[in-house]
Ligand binder design. Sequence first.
Ligand code: NAD
Length: 511
Amino acid sequence: MSIRIINAQSTRQLQRGFASWTSYLSNHSLNFIDGKRMKTLDPTQEKLNLEEPATGSILGAIQSSGRGDVDKAVKSAVIAQQEWGQRSGPEKRDILMEAARLLRNRKEDIARVEVSDTGKPMWEAMGDVQSVIDSVTYFAGIAPTMCGQHFTLSGGSFGYTRREPLGVVAAIGAWNYPIQMAGWKSAPALACGNAVVFKPSQFTPFTAVILGEIYQEAGLPDGLYNVIQGGAETGNFLTSHNDIAKVTFTGSVETGTKVMTSCASGIKHVTLELGGKSPLIIFDDCNIDNAVKGAIMANFLSQGQVCSNGTRVFIQDSIFDDVISRLVKHTKSIKLGDPHADDTRMGPMINAAHANKVMKMIERAKTEGAEIMCGGEYITIDDSKMKGKFISPCILKPTDDMEISKEEVFGPVMNVYSFKTEEEVLNRANDTKFGLASGVFTNDLNRAHRVAAKLQAGNCYVNNYNIYPTELPFGGNKMSGIGRENGTITVDYFTQLKSVYVENNDVDCPI
Ligand code: NAD
C-alpha cells in the first residue's frame, strides 16, 4: 500500500491550521512496523509530550515501545531481510534511487517538519534533507558494485570471498540531526542487503517515520525499514535483542558505553558516533576572513548542538586581537528567531532542560574565571509566539584546564585560546579524551598537511569546517567513537565476508 506523506496539502498549509498540523505530526510519532504506522502494544508504557522547541507548543506525544513492540519490529525485519538479501544490486539500486527522487520532491515539506521538531533554522534543515538525498543516491550506486575477491590456489584449487549482509541492523539516533541519522544509517545498511530497525531520539520522532513511508512508496518491501519510538529502555530492548546482528549508534559517550556493553554480551558488530571537543587552529598566515567564517560555521550550526563542532578555537597570538574582534562582530550580528523564517540564522535550544545545562556550564566557566567576550545569555525574541529557550551565541576565553575546555557543552559556546608555536598548539589541541574532528586554517601547504597528520581526530578540515560530503568517511577516534559513516568504507561496516575454498583435487587424508 502506498502512503503519501502530505496528500494534497503542503506542510506549510498544514501548519497554518495548527490542528491539522499536529494531527499530521501525531500520526508520524507512532511506530512504523512492517509497513504500517501503529500504536505501541502496551498502553501502560511511558508517554512523553513533544514540545516544539521554538514555541513551547505541544505538538503531540510519543508512547515508549515495550519489549513486545521491539520483538514485532525485529521479527518483521528478519523475515523481510531473507528475501532482500538475495536481491541483485541493480534491483536494490532502483528502489533506493526512487526513494531519493521522492525525497527530492518533498525536500521542503520534510525540512519543515524537522524545523518544528528540532528548532534548527530552515536553511539548515534543507541542507540536512539534501544530505539524506545524497546518501541514498550514493549508496544506491554502491549497491551493484559489491563484490568479493578471487584467489588462485595450488593444484588448480581456488578460493573466493562473498560479501554478505549482516542481517538486521539496529540503528539509534540522537536528536540533533534526526532525518540525517535515519538516512545515513539506513541507506548503506539497505544497500548492503540488511534490514533496519531505527529508534529515533524520543525528542525527535517524526521524520524517521516519514522516511519509512517514502521508502515504502519507492517500492522497498515492508519490514525492511521499521521505526520504534521510545527512550533508553526501548533502546536497550533493541541492542540486547538476540536477532540483532549489528548496532549503529549516534549519541553521547555515556550512552555509547552502555550500548557497547550491551553489544559485547551478544558479540554484535557496533559502530559508535559519539561526542567531541574538537580543536580548530588558526595560524597567522591564513586568510583571516575565511578563518572567521570557518570558526562561526564550526560553532553555531544548529545552535551549537553539533558533535563535530570545533569548540576550542586556537588563534596564533600575532592575530589574536584582530580575529577576536571580527569573530565578536560577526557573532553579535547573527539573527536568532522563528526557525521557520527565511532570514533566521539560529533558532532555539532543543528543550529547557538542555538549555539550562548549557547555561550552567557557562556560569561555572565564569566562576572559574573565563572571560566572556559576547553572548551566553537567555534572550527574548521579538515575537510572542517564540516562547522557547534562545541563548545568544557566546564566545569565551577560558584556560585549558577549566571544565568548559574539557567537556562537551553541546550549545552555542565557542572557546578561544591564544598560542605561539605549532608544536605548542598541537600538544594543547590533542590534550583531550575526544577525537572526532579538527581543523586548521593556514596558507602554508606543508604546514596544513603536517598539522592534519598530527591532529588526533577522525576528521580534519583544512581551510573550512563542518562539511560532510557523502564520499568522505566520517567518524571519531579515541572516545569519540568506533567505525565510520559515509564513503565506500561503510560497506565494510554493514557486510561480512565469507571465504569459500574450492578443491580441484582428491582429498589428501594422512590420518
Ligand atoms: P544520548 O546518548 O542521550 O541519546 C542518544 C540515543 O540513545 C537516543 O535515541 C536515546 O533514546 C538512546 N538511548 C539512551 N539510553 C540508551 C540505552 N541504554 N541503550 C540504547 N539506547 C539508549 O544523546 P543525545 O542527547 O540524544 O545526543 C547528544 C549527543 O550525541 C552528544 O554527545 C553529541 O556529541 C552526540 N552526537 C554524535 C554525533 C556523531 O556523529 N559523532 C552526531 C550527533 C550527536
